[in-house]
Design a binder for this molecule. Sequence first.
Ligand SMILES: Nc1ncnc2c1ncn2[C@@H]1O[C@H](COP(=O)(O)OP(=O)(O)OP(=O)(O)O)[C@@H](O)[C@H]1O
Length: 629
Amino acid sequence: GAPDLAADAAALLALRAAVGRLVLPWNASGSPCSWQGVVCGSGRVTALRLPGVGLIGSIPAATVGNLSALRVLSLRYNALSGDLPPDLSADSELRNLYLQENRFSGEIPPALGSLKNLVRLNLAGNQFSGGIPPELNNLTRLRILYLERNRLVGEIPRFDLRNLAQFNVSFNQLNGSIPSRLRGFPASAFLDTALCGRPRGPCPGEIAPSPAAQGPAGGNSGGGAGSDKKNLSGGAIAGIAVGSAAFVLILLILSILLCRRCGKSKTRSLVAVEARGNEPEPVAAAAEREKGSGEGGSGNGQPAKPAAGEKKLVFFVGSGAPRFDLEDLLRASAEVLGKGTFGTAYKAVLEMGTTVAVKRLRDVAFTETEFREKVELIGAMNHPNLVPLRAYYYSKDEKLLVYDYLPLGSLSALLHGNRGSTRTPLDWETRTGIALAAARGIEYIHSTSPSAAHGNIKSSNILLAATREARVSDHGLALLAGPQSSPARAAGYRAPEVTDTRRVSQKADVYSFGVLLLELLTGKSPGQALSNDDDGGGVDLPRWVQSVVQEEWTAEVFDVELLRQQDAEEEMVRLLQLAVDCAAQYPDKRPSMAEVVARIQEIRSSSNSGDGIEEGDEHSSRTDAIAES
Ligand SMILES: Nc1ncnc2c1ncn2[C@@H]1O[C@H](COP(=O)(O)OP(=O)(O)OP(=O)(O)O)[C@@H](O)[C@H]1O
């Protein structure tokens, strides 16, 4: 009859009879969905996970091969032997196949190439022999292929797997040229093999390892004795080397000279920048006029604070940073950093050498007293993960906020800038460190009062100090926002319940932080995912991630840069779970920032401990949890 749960149960019992008679305490009269390691969905068995339980022997046909709704099969770390079951390829729903660390032998069945939905295939640490079947090239979704520590021989087929992000064939008897598509993987993917070409040594006949350099079509370049390509003589090589070194030197000198010039033209004094801009009035002029007019302000009575109307920079007590006056600031060479929601930000280098970031607020609708009160609140906030507000300036026409300048720029620039070229990938440690620091900063803001919130969490508001430690910027600015400033506020980060962007809430911050985590994990910016991305066309980042995860293609959401780094996947899935929790549709379902901080800490501390078995198992069930949530 048609495949159903009863058929699945029969297949599972046949598997137990063959390899798990003593170790699987399945109650044959109960529903298979309640059995250890079995997960059901829509009335069928969709996952079977029995890692490290002591399965022994060979898997016969009509067992796992009959589980036609199976998406995940994990039998790793057992003592399974013999050939893979001949009908395994019938499990066409399979996404993840983990059979590593067993004693499987024989050839890798070419029929595995018909598992069209396969995303992860791990056959490492077995005794597979023969060649790697070229049919695996049909697995267009494949992101992970681990074949290390087997007895595979021959060449690697000319794989053109565009989604492949993790790959390893180390410790096999492979030879020949590494196909060009795989040459971007690190040398650790090809250890102890006779393979040649980047990232290993050049193949015989190849002059220098280059991405385009390939062995002869389909051919073996392992025995290059008869190669008729000309080898360059030692003298010629030396000549080329000296020549190109000189050329590089000239280029370097030229670019330094050019840079000096362009640097000069870019940085002008803050006064000049202000005067040229199409904004209300130069700071200097405003300050001058104010001085001359002699309109005294009404003092607010507190001696620590300046009297209202006193036109000078007001520093916050306790900030150990050097002080300067408005004149210094106006004389500073300034550079526009960018236009934000609340106004324009400048980088200003003072003559005394101090560098600060100055935010020139537009559209402030408050009276002077209100403004000073609110800014004092912001200035009183003090936490290592907040960008400190050092000083402010208020006059009728100018409102300036002076912050520490953070030299490494924003997380947004770090994540999305310079992609594809010479950028240094952002590794897992760095990303989780940034996530934790940002979470602590937001948690601190929330701790100052039950209604306190940031209101504009996004990656361009997470800045990096010289130590690479992240700090949250723009805190409190939501308090100062005028009516025209609000609507533009970061659409991709806005919680669904937020209709009036001037009203901030802690739960909405948690949502935005969830989107920020997704950004860190996927490498996609929320704006980008909204528009021209193939995968994310027309959906927001949380919804896109949800839909991908539901399909058990969790690996497909992660930033390729992260997947290159092996061993962190378990933590990545846990952080993904946290991100999805934060971006829950209903505010009540979202965790508090304190909980978020605790969970990130836990994820980071588990990075360096534990062995593969337990963590991997946890990982699989987490994937499910995300899919079900
Ligand atoms: N203290 C600072 N140190 C270094 N760079 C900064 C600092 N403050 C802001 N920037 C950078 O200046 C640019 C403009 O910042 P600004 O805060 O004005 O706008 P935004 O972050 O893009 O938007 P929003 O106003 O909504 O926060 C951003 O690229 C930001 O990363």
